[in-house]
Ligand binder design. Structure first.
Ligand SMILES: Cc1ncc(COP(=O)(O)O)c(C=O)c1O
Length: 399
């Protein structure tokens, strides 16, 4: 047989799902696993989602316009205007999740060999699209000790070469839970302007910020709108991951026209899910705030429990529903596998994502894990208790 695609063969497996086979084996043996490895929240979807689905009674489920249905474009534009970000319907392309928006944005911007500045640790799923487009991620390392903030402009500028095309920023951050300050956003925007770089801002967790922290968005900075693409989604904002509705948003007409071609090529996004998404946006801030407040509660629980475990260190997350923590082990991935294969406390164990896969720079994150605190507070308490017991047992066994 002729060889298959090298690009795809060389892709690394998702670091989040890396432990799945061990989890399947553990579950087959009857172990209960608290899954903190994946950003799939357990909250209820708003009623409006189903109300809008039930109200859809067309005889034919047709392809819709490739930009998106007018009602949804209007709802998204109105959400932006209410958020203080000056965006019109013509600047929005509805996509199959934020994931497709990110993919199309890279397709539109990247030539093979182009470099992308990205703050690491970062959302590892981007790697799939870096690999497909031939983009090279260049990590600007951020550290747990200062809450993964990006304060030093020189650290960014020293990574910029003539091949650098764009800066990718995820704010609030996955996997860090960091919410960038206004000054940081401004500084990154200034760097992008000075070096003529595009800004790809993934803001799918935009309102998920705790402790009355300010929502920060590149969308507030009108002077970079010409080089900015916002990646958006209903997945996290309305707890609707399976709806697969997102958006690529930009005021750069050239990028819009390339994204438009890509959207036409894939024809359309699901008709019914787009109607359901109009229902989601009709909820205004009610659901957005409920979700934020619930995750704040969970953040408090998980952070307080982790702090009590000897040798564990993490920054207090400021937003989203993730955190990275350092463990008192040399190799966190081996520890997580051991937790699934060899450990249980009353038949229960815990699964998290190894930290290493969230870095572009080799060798970083080996003693770190990412926790997605997507379970109810009581389950989270229990999960972190098991993690603590597991660490103690593991370190006794691996002295
Ligand atoms: C930072 C970030 N961007 C995008 C996505 C994917 O969004 P969607 O479900 O809209 O494709 C996720 C999912 O976890 C994410 O964490």
């Amino acid at each position: 047989m002729k060889p298959l695609s090298k690009k795809i063969s060389n892709m690394e497996a998702s670091s989040v799902r890396i432990l799945t086979k061990y989890a399947v084996e553990a579950e087959a043996k009857g172990k209960k696993i608290y899954k903190l490895n994946i950003g799939q929240p357990d909250l209820c979807i708003p009623d409006e989602y189903y109300e809008y689905i039930h109200a859809f009674h067309e005889q034919t489920v047709e392809y819709m316009p490739s930009q998106g249905i007018p009602e949804l474009l209007k709802a998204v534009a109105s959400y932006y205007q209410k958020s203080g970000i000056n965006i019109d319907e013509k600047n929005i392309y509805i996509t199959t999740g934020g994931t497709e928006a990110f993919m199309f944005t890279l397709f539109a911007i990247i030539e093979p060999g182009d470099e992308i500045i990205i703050f690491e640790p970062y959302y590892s799923n981007y790697n799939t699209f870096f690999a497909i487009t031939g983009a090279k991620p260049v990590g600007v390392t951020t550290y747990v000790e200062n809450g993964f903030h990006v304060t030093d402009r020189a650290l960014i500028e020293q990574k910029i070469t003539e091949k650098t095309k764009a800066i990718v920023v995820t704010n609030p951050g996955n996997p860090t839970g960091t919410v960038l300050w206004e000054e940081e956003i401004r500084m990154i925007a200034d760097v992008a302007k000075e070096h003529d770089l595009y800004i790809i801002a993934d803001e799918v967790y935009r309102e998920m910020v705790f402790d009355n922290a300010k929502i920060t968005s590149f969308g507030f900075l009108e002077d970079v709108h010409d080089r900015l693409v916002l990646i958006d989604s209903v997945s996290k904002r309305f707890n609707a991951c399976g709806a697969r509705i997102g958006a690529a948003i930009t005021k750069n007409d050239e990028i819009l026209s390339l994204i438009s071609k890509l959207c036409q090529g894939r024809l359309a996004v699901s008709t019914i899910e787009q109607h359901a998404a109009v229902g989601l946006y009709s909820t205004g801030l009610r659901v957005i705030h409920q979700i934020r407040d619930e995750f704040k509660k969970r953040r408090d629980v998980v952070y307080e429990c982790l702090r009590k475990i000897p040798g564990v260190f993490c920054a207090k997350p400021e937003g989203a529903f993730y955190l990275i923590c350092k463990l008192p082990v040399k190799n966190a991935e081996e520890f997580l596998i051991w937790m699934l294969k060899n450990f249980d406390d009353n038949g229960e164990t815990v699964m998290a994502a190894p930290g290493e896969g969230f870095y572009a720079t080799e060798g970083l994150g080996k003693d770190e894990i990412r926790i997605a605190y997507v379970l109810e507070p009581d389950k989270l308490k229990r999960a972190i208790e098991i993690l603590g017991k597991g660490l103690e047992a593991y370190n006794k066994e691996h002295k």
